[in-house]
Design a binder for this molecule. Structure first.
Ligand SMILES: Cc1cc2nc3c(=O)[nH]c(=O)nc-3n(C[C@H](O)[C@H](O)[C@H](O)COP(=O)(O)OP(=O)(O)OC[C@H]3O[C@@H](n4cnc5c(N)ncnc54)[C@H](O)[C@@H]3O)c2cc1C
Length: 301
């Protein structure tokens, strides 16, 4: 008998819940059989219900929630390493994430509801590759890299490389996003982020933004400005970053940098906001976040 999820019949599937990464990779690599990774299912179930994702009968579902290697939050050499199956609520509560990647922890706290955060994972949020994925701007700002593993592959990519188009990534069949690496030196910089939605909570971003800057002798040594929901993929505003480098952050330089960001973004008009509103808000938020970074820099000098 077929199981119905919402209006759509879910095909007969073979469900497995491996305990180790090697088993998960083996399950994903059985030649000729379709397989699908699932984690918290907070993107998966709504997409199946709406008929956006459809599968042939016999599909193999590989649930990675019990894979031990994917649950870790640990310091390894010079990186904070997050397993891909780490829950959003763990990002909120982890002292290590709060210490080394505060903007990621804060972003996770504003995602969905408590139930969604207790099920949804960081790996699922990145793999869905929504332009509005809220963990992506902080991770881009913090220079995070992701690790992708298959039975015969093991590679690191920057997030800029990973996202190729809305809903598309460089993940190949049989591969898993296994880890997110955030350099520990990221916490030497100032970081700020914010999310603008139609409501304060439980809402998809109209725009989300994260800024990371390293200041030396009052001047910006390095800057990373990352935005979500204003382009086909989460993006960095590299021209604005280059403009800022070597400058002191003041209302004037922050304002000019904000103008550059508003020209660099490539938003669309959709249900939530118009293209021109998103462009204007990209400028407003850039200025605001840069001045906040400058203030925290003065406070710490
Ligand atoms: C009510 C509600 C509110 C939400 N609010 C927000 C919000 O505020 N901000 C936001 O950004 N998102 C939000 N989401 C979306 C969703 O909760 C997140 O994207 C979540 O992090 C997805 O993780 P998951 O573990 O549930 O992914 P799943 O649904 O299990 O999987 C999503 C996709 O990623 C793939 N996948 C999962 N893990 C891996 C992996 N390790 N390697 C390779 N592929 C993998 C799956 O095959 C699938 O294609 C919301 C969703 C709901 C239902």
């Amino acid at each position: 008998m077929q199981q119905f999820i919402g209006a759509h019949a879910f095909p007969e599937c073979k469900y497995s819940r491996p305990a180790y990464l090697e088993q998960a990779l083996d399950l994903l690599n059985t030649d000729g059989e379709d397989s699908k990774v699932v984690a918290g299912c907070t993107d998966f179930i709504p997409a199946v219900r709406k008929g956006i994702w459809q599968f042939e009968p016999g599909i193999k579902l590989v649930d990675i929630n019990s894979v031990q290697e994917l649950q870790k939050i640990e310091i390894r050499e010079n990186d904070l390493v997050l397993g891909a199956a780490v829950k959003l609520s763990d990002l909120v509560n982890s002292h290590k994430v709060q210490e080394y990647a505060a903007i990621l922890s804060q972003a996770a706290e504003e995602m969905g509801s408590l139930q969604v955060r207790n099920s949804g994972t960081i790996g699922g949020n990145l793999s869905t590759a929504s332009p509005a994925a809220d963990t992506a701007p902080p991770l881009l700002a913090l220079s995070a890299k992701i690790r992708i593993q298959g039975r015969h592959t093991d590679k690191f990519l920057s997030l800029e490389e990973f996202f190729t188009a809305p809903g598309c990534t460089l993940l190949q069949p049989g591969e898993l996003l296994t880890e997110i690496h955030i350099p520990l030196r990221a916490n030497l910089g100032r970081m700020e982020r914010c999310k603008l939605g139609l409501r304060n909570a439980f809402t998809i971003s109209i725009i989300s933004q994260a800024v990371w800057i390293e200041i030396e002798d009052t001047q910006v040594k390095r800057a990373r400005i990352a935005l979500g929901a204003v382009a086909p993929t989460c993006m960095r505003a590299e021209q604005a970053e280059n403009f800022l480098t070597g400058k002191e952050i003041s209302p004037s330089s922050a304002g000019k940098c904000a103008e550059i960001v508003s020209r660099e973004v490539k938003p669309i008009t959709d249900l939530r906001a118009s293209e021109s509103y998103r462009r204007k808000m990209a400028a407003v938020l850039t200025r605001r976040l840069l001045l906040r970074c400058a203030q925290s820099s003065h406070a710490n000098n």
